[in-house]
Design a protein around this ligand. Structure first.
Ligand code: UDP
Length: 381
């Protein structure tokens, strides 16, 4: 048996944050990571074209939370980056989120003021308040024509479910704008880490109290590690229990097949992300990484995203059925002593990056309130 205070399963946002926090309290932390790298799905690297690319899809950091913003800035410099997405619809290219330009381009309208845009939306929308599912959420905001062109089939490709089969919050992630603002997010802080996310995680985990073991699946080695104070598990919640007792119902997850192409040309598309909301192609979007941070290279790398149900779980599938199944796992998780489930997969929640940081920081603050007070007092003395 090895001597450790804190055992953490997974070296993504939740695991790295808790490791860093506990190490700063003087605890000996061991992080077990199944993959051959840290940083979870934020992992990025410089590829053969000299371009910083993400292995698991583009990650755009945005937050309104000052504490989270302050925290991530401890581990590297960030440059402002306001993410924009365009969509190919009916052989036209339009802005997503829906804004004045989107409506003018698709419907040959001549809207120029917020009031005209509000009137257009009022004329088109079908009121559902509150919206009970994703379909009602979109109809309530933009009406049936835009629903069909921009949301219905994209959602089917992404989730293998129509919006009516998903929680309203999934479709409400993207705003609808009554002005010309074409930014994907509205948050106060929108930024990318200089040099990439992996470097941020390296810095977080670079502490004499932290040991990281890569290529180590906790479930293969767990008998060797039992003398810990606390265990933080950041993997899929149902996987944790599969090894103990078979709960009959499996939670659904979506995975992504990333198909990478290296092209001998400077650019492939005009924007970092181009969405394909129609049925004419099977992929949801194409990401051209060199746009992020305006990277220079004679060549380019593009990645087509095909969402699939087999493979590594990236997305929980937010709907009522899965929520009910999750509640059963949560009951089991809550009953465990000194074991905490944290992050997108362990909480089965569609967290954004900043929410994942916040969730881990809040859990740490809640568990260590007393120690933190002593620590602060000791520092003052
Ligand atoms: N969505 C859509 N059309 C789009 C973009 C998004 O219908 O062009 C819907 C889709 O259901 C998607 C959800 O909005 O799953 C949230 O999109 P987001 O870009 O936030 O997804 P993520 O980046 O997390 O994959």
């Amino acid at each position: 048996m090895k001597s450790i205070d804190i055992l953490i399963i997974g070296a993504g946002i939740s695991g790295a944050t808790l490791a860093e926090r506990y190490a700063s309290l003087g605890k000996k932390v061991l992080v077990l990571e199944k993959r051959d790298h840290i940083a979870g799905n934020c992992y990025d690297f410089i590829n053969e074209n000299g371009i910083l690319v993400s292995k698991y899809g583009a990650h755009l950091f945005h937050t309104n939370d000052e504490d989270v913003w302050e925290y991530v800035n401890r581990f590297g410099s960030w440059y402002p980056w306001e993410h924009k997405v365009v969509a190919r619809v009916d052989d036209k290219t339009v802005s997503i989120p829906v804004n004045i330009t989107t409506v003018n381009t698709l419907f040959d309208e001549n809207i120029s003021t917020e009031e005209e845009m509000k009137n257009w939306l009022d004329k088109n929308r079908v009121v559902y308040e509150p919206a009970k599912n994703g379909e009602e959420a979109v109809l309530n905001r933009v009406g049936p024509v835009l629903y069909e062109k921009m949301f219905k089939h994209y959602t089917k490709k992404q989730w293998d479910k129509y919006p009516a089969e998903l929680h309203a919050s999934v479709l409400e992630r993207i705003p609808v704008r009554t002005n010309y603002d074409d930014r994907y997010f509205s948050d106060k802080h929108q930024a990318l880490p200089k040099g990439g996310y992996t470097k941020i995680f390296e810095k977080m985990l670079d502490h004499p109290n932290i040991t990281v073991l890569l290529n180590t699946d906790y479930f293969d080695v767990k008998d060797q590690y039992s003398g810990y104070e606390k265990l933080f598990y950041t993997g899929p919640v149902d996987r944790f229990f599969e090894f103990k007792e078979q709960l009959t119902e499996k939670l659904e997850y979506r995975s992504i097949n990333f198909i990478t192409e290296h092209l001998d040309q400077e650019y492939y598309q005009e924007n970092s992300v181009v969405n394909y909301p129609g049925q004419e192609v099977d992929f949801t979007r194409i990401v051209e990484y060199k746009h992020f941070g305006d990277q220079k290279s004679d060549k380019t790398t593009i990645v087509k995203e095909f969402t699939v149900d087999q493979g590594e779980p990236y997305y929980p599938v937010p709907n009522e059925k899965n929520q009910l199944i999750y509640e059963k796992y949560k009951e089991k998780a809550d009953a465990l002593k000194d074991v905490y489930f944290v992050g997108r997969l362990a909480n089965y929640k569609y967290f954004n990056m900043d929410q994942a940081f916040k969730n881990a920081l809040d859990l740490f603050a809640e568990l260590e309130a007393e120690n933190l007070q002593e620590y602060e007092t000791a520092k003052v003395i």
